[in-house]
Design a binder for this molecule. Structure first.
Ligand code: TYM
Length: 330
């Protein structure tokens, strides 16, 4: 049994990218390993949300986590800011993280480009906070999507530096995980890149989107001007639709449309209709559970109180040992 940690930022509803990149793994791993799954509300602060939106976002992620299949009896489910040990370990880890490597981090460079008006130090040290989240439970496996790969590499650097400096093997190396296979990147509907909350209208399909909304978004998805000649290679936006189809549809369906594409007789309208209906079918039970769970405040409070308790216990143990290794006197 290994120790597993992962989190999702509380910046709004969960989308198919979160599901297939991360949550699908959470659901499977929770019964096989010691799992800690959390709502990353500290990380969400980099964008300065209003307190009421902030609270609502945390609640949304909690409800959607549970609706998607996280079992609070099987895993430890908590809110990041409920563990005071995380900011403390984050502060300590900052001493082993170099500004140069943080500045070179791809996600930081991207944030600078997109939001030149808000380049705060929290963004720069974002990977340090993430490493603290992971090693506070001494995790070895971290189920995440492809976009988090570099952050995991940085976490390993901090861990190795710490271990080396104190001549210890205290922290194990954490590794990104996806069923033991390649990490996943779920594309958005706008023709390129990945599905993401901040990528603009119509890019992401949220787990709570109503069928009509899903149909509208999928029908508006970018394709190309036509399949061209038989056997012609797929354009990127069309390949993206096939990628999504392969996540929610049966193999027969995917094969059918692939053949239509190969013969250059595919009608993108038909492909999109099928994709929309299969996404609706896939997300319907989650939507149903969201309605059920979100009405139950007592249950939600119970889950989070118990998860916080269990997670703090594990975190306190680690921090006590780390303080001793570093040489604090008490
Ligand atoms: P976040 O909130 O951006 O995304 C949560 C998880 O969903 C995955 N994901 C995707 N996977 C595949 N395709 C996509 N289009 C896609 N979009 C999102 C992400 O890879 C991630 O696994 N920094 C993290 C949250 C975090 C964390 C941690 C994760 C904080 N501390 C410690 C693991 C361990 C983040 O912003 O994820």
């Amino acid at each position: 049994m290994e120790t597993v940690v992962s989190g999702i930022r509380s910046t709004g509803h969960l989308h198919l990218g979160n599901y297939f990149g991360a949550i699908r793994n959470f659901i499977q791993m929770q019964h096989e390993h010691q799992c800690y799954f959390f709502i990353a509300d500290l990380h969400a602060l980099t964008t300065h949300p209003k307190p009421e939106d902030f609270r609502q976002s945390v609640r949304k992620v909690l409800v959607e986590y549970l609706a998607a299949g996280l079992d609070p009896e099987a895993c430890t489910l908590y809110i990041q800011s409920d563990l005071p040990q995380i900011p403390e370990l984050y502060l300590l880890l900052n001493m082993y993280a170099y500004v140069g490597e943080l500045e070179r981090c791809t996600s930081f460079k991207e944030k600078i480009r997109k939001h030149p008006d808000n380049i705060n130090a929290g963004l720069l040290t974002y990977p340090v906070l993430m490493a603290a989240d992971i090693i506070i439970h001494k995790a070895t496996k971290v189920p995440v999507g492809k976009d988090q790969e570099q952050h995991l590499e940085m976490a390993r650097n901090f861990v190795n530096r710490f271990n080396h400096l104190y001549q210890t093997e205290y922290f194990p190396e954490p590794h990104a995980y996806n069923f033991g296979k390649e990490l996943v990147k779920v594309p958005g509907l706008d023709g390129s890149g990945k599905m993401g909350k901040s990528e603009g209208e119509g890019n992401a399909i949220f787990l709570v989107d109503e069928p009509e909304v899903i149909r509208k978004k999928v029908m508006r998805a970018v394709t190309d001007t036509g399949p061209g000649n038989p056997g012609q290679e797929m354009s990127e936006p069309v390949a993206n639709l096939f990628n999504l189809l392969s996540l929610v549809s049966t193999k027969d369906t995917v094969d059918y449309f692939k053949e239509q594409h190969d013969k250059a007789i595919i009608r993108y309208g038909d492909l999109k209709k099928q994709l929309a209906e299969d996404i609706i079918m896939f997300t319907a039970p989650i939507r149903e559970k969201v309605r059920e769970i979100s009405a139950n405040d007592d249950y939600l409070e119970q889950v989070i109180a118990l998860g916080g308790l269990k997670a703090r216990e594990s975190a306190a143990r680690t921090l006590k040992e780390v303080r001793a290794i570093i040489g604090f006197t008490n």
